[in-house]
Ligand binder design. Sequence first.
Ligand code: ANZ
Ligand code: ZN
Length: 824
Amino acid sequence: MNEKYVAQDIEKKWQDYWSDHKTCKTEYDESKEKYYVLEMFPYPSGNLHMGHVRNYSIGDVVARFKKMKGFNVLHPMGWDSFGMPAENAAIKHGIAPKTWTLDNIENMKKQQKALGLSYDWDREVATCKEDYYKWTQWLFQQFYKKGLAYKKEAKVNWCDDCHTVLANEQVIDGLCWRCDNPVHKKDLSQWFLKITDYADRLLQDLDTLDNWPSRVKAMQKNWIGRSEGTEFQFSIPEINKQMSVYTTRVDTIYGVSYIVLAPEHPYVEELIANRSNESELKAFIERMRNMSDIDRTSTDVEKEGMFTGAYAKHPFTGQDIPIWIANYVLVDYGTGAVMGSPAHDERDFIFAKKYNLPIQVVIQNQEGTVETDPNKMTAVNHEDGILVNSGEFNGLTSEEARKAITNRLEEMHIGEGKVNFRLRDWLISRQRYWGVPIPVVYCEHCGEQLVPEEELPVLLPEDVKFGAGTTSPLATSEHFSHCTCPKCGGPARRELDTMDTFIDSSWYFLRYTDARNDKEAFNKKIADYWMNVDQYIGGIEHAILHLLYSRFFVKVLHDLGLIEANEPFKGLLTQGMVLKEGSKMSKSKGNVVSPEEIINTYGADTARLFILFAAPVDRDLDWSDKGVEGSYRFLGRVWRIVDTYYQIAQQGNDGDLTKEEVALRRELHRTIKKVTEDLDGRFNFNTAISTIMELVNAMYQYKDTVKNMNGGLANELVKNLLLLLAPFTPHITEELWHSAGFDGSIHEAEWPMYEDNALVVDEVEIAIQVNGKVRDKLTVPVNANKEELEALAFASSRVKEFTEGKTVVKCIVIPAKIVNIVVK
Ligand code: ANZ
Ligand code: ZN
């Protein structure tokens, strides 16, 4: 064994060994209990960053630990490799997206291998490869056949900079999630997946995800946005039509003083036709339509409206209610029309004040202290309460009133209870090249047709021009865009859009279970064995998009009978970010520490150990060069102490353990217990590592103070110290394992078990009696003598209660058993 720890001498050697010996290969095996651990697969940007290193190190500890615990562990890796950077590189540097992507994959894979990650590389997938996207297309077609994929003309989110449409989930505060440029609306015919059909299940099943962070569940719940209310109609005699509104507060119906329509509402044109101010109204509508939804609903942006000149009839009072148009009503939520109850809704109150519309209080509180004079009102009462000024419904609570009023509207055949969701269907068309072609053709005679299954995959053409303008680059390939109709054999045109790459990542975890299957997307029996993913690990930025889409996919595949699982990810861990001096590592800030550099200087084991030790996994981690060096020094200490104890194991005595040796052994078993608990179902890696560090300190102390140690104990310490460290630092432990003469790969060895006996502390519990009654119990050293025990007994506050102010007649002490005090 080398005297000094030099990571560079050993890491590559063991990586090759693991790869040659297929140490990380996993096979389907019904007889074994499985464990599926997964890190979010990366986009192949070209280089790993520290966030990746953190993500993969966490997953690798889980995978190696579970394997040592005897599970059949699936731990795969792949590439989310379609997407715009490849296409942008093609436009900028003239490199084919495929070449650019595959080169990046090669490079990042090399970096992952240098980290010693225990992936089964035989299961690698890349979403941009034909053997993968063939099945993405096939799955799209299954959705289509079920009516869950459809094309419609829609006002969509368009990013000028990325030159494509975006899903709602990809518009963050009105900006494009990729490039941060403002998104605007455009009318286009686009493909959608019907995620709204699954809104209720996506919401309800959140309750089954016990091992998900509640923050992520709350975000999904909000995004789905279930709301219970009433939809009912006002009649508009003038145009002889009924107009529906959606409200969650039908209890305030007697307080309605106006109705507001979205500028895009279908009745608007008819309502304003031939008014004296029609052109003014039209100009206003045009201006409102061009505002983003975010601005329109933001509390910071002023509410603007105009009276249409038309009136509706109140269904109960028959009063004329003016109909307005305003920016804050959105056309695609509810019915695109709302009733205004200004005394009970902040937004309506501001609007009514601004335009001088009547404000009438209809909800009073229990105490009757709600201000009813609109001129004196400073804030609205938006709480539930008791109905007033509400005809026959006076006196009901808001909750009772909502039921009663909805019932009445139902009897009148003009309304009903209604559940609404904020969630919208998933827009999946992208006017880009580097993605999965949508496997549909259009025939003049037969219309929209699926490409026959045996013709899949529809291959991405390579004879395209990039940056060609408003259409998808696929349109520039003559041979791609023209085809024949599968039904009539006549001329047809291909769909020229590609799919949102979030589709690719919505099922990759299923493909891993049976990655080389060329007959099916995955075999059901095999996928059922491996699913669900037991532990998924990734960044919080995917809380909505990727996680919601994957849940939707699994539910659809379940309904299609392709899989038993109902949810993809049983456990979810959202890791914290890697910071440097308090801010996120990023190229633009110039504070990036490259993983390659750290690996070259200190080795992968140091990088992993530092990153796992420096902070709890779900918290942000501040990079520290000192911390890295500390981790490296610790591994040097492990290296030397293992050598020392190995020598002792060869020469040491084989007699009984001394008291100090029993204590050292107790320290070992306490460490095994703590590390096991920290790793099993929890992710307390940092405290596990610090416990191991304490053990190493104890080993140093002991060897300095004791001569002629027990050989068996020394061997036990070496073996277990290495086993406990193996998931964190796989190379150094493998090296030392072999040089200490243990058999096989340490990563195929069994996780150690602690012995209860070894944990027993040399202490006992004794009873303290006063006048024959037990008054206290104390834990004391087994070998405490009579004087010590007597002192401890009299120091007990519970004993004092019974002895104070009295005379002690006698005190009988039986060591390790009882202290009996007699007082008078
Ligand atoms: C009258 C009312 C009185 C309302 C009151 C609230 C409080 P959630 O919970 O998000 O579903 N609304 C309905 N459709 C809308 C649209 N297309 N654009 C903008 N606002 C719309 O919210 C439902 C409430 O949001 C509805 O209940 C309606 O205002 C408004 F004291 O009706 B409410
Ligand atoms: Zn045809």
